[in-house]
Design a protein around this ligand. Structure first.
Ligand code: MC0
Length: 136
């Protein structure tokens, strides 16, 4: 089952400007930055509260014009692109969701932030929201 919200992912064109905005405006702390070439993103994790227990905002900027984030920005402009939940066992979680008829985007989990294992539920099977599962 799900444990908590890990992060809300927001597509942005300018990563540094967005980090600066969240830090100055809300006092959030940038706890991690990373380039994930497989996912085509540069990303930053900002803790909402004093620790990451309060969940994070994940800022996502495109690495290439063909990437998922570039396509999202072209279509929608900047905004919420995904909601990610933590699970203890992603293989079990994906199996349970497939059992309920949902489409998972990957046959087997791929590499997410900081080496985590991730998969996604197709937004058309989840009331228009791209749902990410993160194993912690
Ligand atoms: C597309 N759609 C969305 C959406 N992206 N709806 C809600 N939220 C989104 N993010 C809608 C489109 O508007 C379209 O609706 C329908 O879904 C199908 O669109 P499509 O053209 O067939 O598909 P694409 O090419 O737009 O791809 C969508 C898809 C893709 C979700 C499959 O973005 C994907 O593979 N995402 C997973 C990977 C990802 O997002 N990576 C970046 C974050 P209509 O009504 O027009 O048919 S990396 C990350 O998250 C990592 C590092 C991490 O956290 O660990």
């Amino acid at each position: 089952g799900l444990r908590r919200i890990d992060h809300v992912g927001i597509a942005v064109a300018d990563l540094d400007a967005a980090i600066d905005f969240y830090q100055r405006t809300f006092g959030m702390r940038c706890v991690h930055t990373e380039t994930n070439t497989e996912q085509g993103v540069r990303e930053a994790m900002l803790a909402v509260g004093p620790t990451t227990e309060g969940g994070c905002v994940q800022l996502l900027a495109p690495l290439t014009p063909e990437s998922a984030i570039a396509k999202f920005l072209d279509r929608n402009g900047p905004g919420v692109q995904q909601v990610a939940y933590t699970v203890a066992d992603i293989d079990a979680a994906c199996a349970a969701l497939r059992e309920r008829g949902l489409r998972l985007l990957y046959d087997t989990p791929r590499r997410g932030t900081a080496g985590s294992r991730i998969n996604f539920v197709h937004p058309k099977d989840a009331h228009g929201v791209l749902i990410e599962l993160v194993e912690v």
